[in-house]
Design a protein around this ligand. Structure first.
Ligand SMILES: Nc1ncnc2c1ncn2[C@@H]1O[C@H](COP(=O)(O)OP(=O)(O)OP(=O)(O)O)[C@@H](O)[C@H]1O
Length: 384
């Protein structure tokens, strides 16, 4: 008897769509309000920071976010995309926005999907999701490509597929279309703040698991789409960073939160653990995006203050900024300066001393051949 009760309980948890609570995904506003307020404030503030960037820099940040998103979303699934190809595809896709063009490579199709999700031009509907699935598997053999799955689906832990490793049983194929209609109807009329809506939508979508494959990647594109449509105009609310990169950084937490976010409490499903987990990841992403935007603002301030730098020094310092904040913090000695500029060590040493005289660089305490110079600006002012 006990054994039967145990199995019944397990089935109840794994087949929540058979419970009267399905699909009432809810969250506890009291438990999430503080996190939500922080997310909303930080997302608002980063808009201000980005306004200080040039159009070119905003485009650069956008490209980095889209390319990073594509790569990280695939990395979560243990697959990898060639960075240079995906970036080239995103650039080409941006250039041809709105125009009909043949998708030659798989990365072109993936770039198209990512940009559509971030543009948020049209509301999410079944046709759009089926198209995304088709794009995701462009040129790849996969069952039920571009349509809802026609076979049962279980989510298992690891690859063994042993009975005790089944974590979740998705609704049977015959129910998928109607479940998706109900989900999309809810999404169209839901009025929660975007971060909550995105979390509930992702969890709900993953719980239907409507595709043969690619449910994780398309579910993450749905998050992007929810944010993209949350601003004043289409695309304006798009996340200024790659959320998948943040999810990838805590993959175990992601799977655990998906699993924990489906507890049946009375007549509803308590998604609070998943909502909190996703809000935390968004906060981590915003921090990274803020640091990036601040760094670009710092670069602009530096080069406009030193608009009269000698051409060679200007080239070397721009290259140093391009390599990022960490590299910049390591400073510069005559060796690397000479290599970047293509000049002798003696010339490099002279150039560096000249930059110190101009107040552009500051010399470290150590002397001799290893003398290092550091940028002198607001972020790294002279001591005293
Ligand atoms: N316990 C769970 N309950 C619901 N969804 C889950 C659970 N664990 C993982 N998932 C979701 O299922 C996705 C995997 O489904 P699917 O294989 O169809 O997607 P995918 O994009 O091809 O990713 P991958 O192939 O490895 O996971 C995960 O990325 C995650 O979003």
């Amino acid at each position: 008897m006990l054994i039967f009760e145990g199995i019944g309980e397990i089935n109840r948890l794994m087949q929540i769509w058979n419970s009267p609570a399905w699909p009432r995904f809810t969250h506890d506003p009291l438990a999430t309000e503080d996190l939500l307020a922080r997310v909303s404030a930080r997302l608002g503030a980063i808009g201000g920071l980005q306004a200080a960037l040039s159009a070119e820099e905003r485009q650069e940040a956008f490209l980095r976010a889209v390319t990073g998103e594509a790569m990280a979303s695939f990395a979560i699934e243990g697959a990898s995309l060639p960075a240079d190809q995906i970036e080239a595809s995103v650039v080409a896709s941006l250039a041809y926005r709105g125009a009909e063009r043949p998708l030659l490579r798989r990365t072109d199709a993936i770039a198209e999907l990512m940009l559509e999700a971030r543009a948020g031009a049209a509301p999410l509907d079944g046709a759009l999701l089926l198209r995304w699935h088709d794009l995701l598997f462009h040129g790849i053999e996969v069952e039920d490509r571009g349509r809802w799955r026609t076979f049962p689906m279980e989510i298992v832990r690891g690859a063994t597929g042993r009975r005790e490793d089944v974590l979740y049983v998705a609704p049977p194929p015959i129910r998928v279309a109607q479940e998706m209609t109900r989900f999309l109807d809810w999404l169209a009329q839901d009025r929660h703040p975007a971060p909550i809506r995105a979390a509930l939508a992702h969890l709900w979508f993953e719980s239907i698991h409507p595709f043969s494959d690619g449910n994780g990647r398309i579910g993450r594109a749905i998050i992007e789409h929810v944010f993209a449509r949350s601003g004043a105009g289409a695309g304006e609310g798009a996340l200024p960073f790659s959320l998948s990169r943040q999810i990838e950084a805590d993959k175990r937490g992601y799977y655990a939160a998906l699993q924990a976010g489906r507890r049946i409490v009375g007549d509803r499903l308590d998604a609070t653990p998943f909502v909190c987990w996703l809000l935390e990841r968004i906060l981590a992403g915003v921090s990274l995006a803020e640091a990036e935007a601040r760094f670009l603002v710092r670069r602009n301030a530096f080069f406009s203050r030193h608009a009269d730098l000698p051409v060679r020094a200007d080239r070397v310092l721009r290259r140093l900024f391009a390599e990022g904040e960490e590299r910049l913090a390591q400073g510069l000695s005559a060796g690397p300066y000479g290599r970047i500029a293509g000049v002798s060590a003696a010339t490099a040493t002279r150039d560096l001393a000249d930059l110190e005289r101009r107040g552009v660089l500051r010399r470290s305490e150590a002397g001799g051949r290893s003398t290092r110079y550091f940028l002198q600006d607001e972020a790294n002012p002279a001591p005293g």
